[in-house]
Each structure stands twice: as C-alpha cells, then as structure tokens.
Design a protein. Structure first.
Length: 70
C-alpha cells in the first residue's frame, strides 16, 4: 500500500480545510493546521480500509491480489 499521499490545505476564514489529492472524498475541516493534518491522516486511513473491504467483498471468493506499481 502506498505510504505517502498529498494533502492540499488552506486557511478559509477561521478554519483550515484540506483534501487528499489521490483519494476522492477524503476531506476535512479543523480549527488548526496541526489538527487538520491529524484528521486527514485518520480519515485517509479509514477510507483506504473501507475501500479495501469493499473491493474484497465485491471480489467474492477465489481471487488473486496483485500489486500495481506506477
């Protein structure tokens, strides 16, 4: 599994907002930059695990897992 992802963050009014470039739907909002980065990390980890479970359930039985490197 990839170990490094890219966050896009910015200050918007009183809030910090951010997204993970590589994973659609992973976005967060926090009052501080530090908290935003922590929340993005937790949210990314949860999203990847959910996506992995969904893929394995969709595959059913008798499947192979193969790494794909870009």
């Amino acid at each position: 599994m990839k170990d490094t992802y890219t966050s896009v963050i910015k200050k918007s009014g009183d809030w910090w907002i951010g997204w993970i470039e590589e994973v659609p739907g992973v976005n967060c909002q926090e009052a501080s930059k530090e908290r935003l980065l922590e929340t993005l990390q937790v949210t990314l980890r949860e999203a990847l695990e959910l996506n992995r479970r969904d893929a394995l359930e969709a595959a059913g039985e008798d499947f192979d897992e193969e790494p794909i490197v870009l």
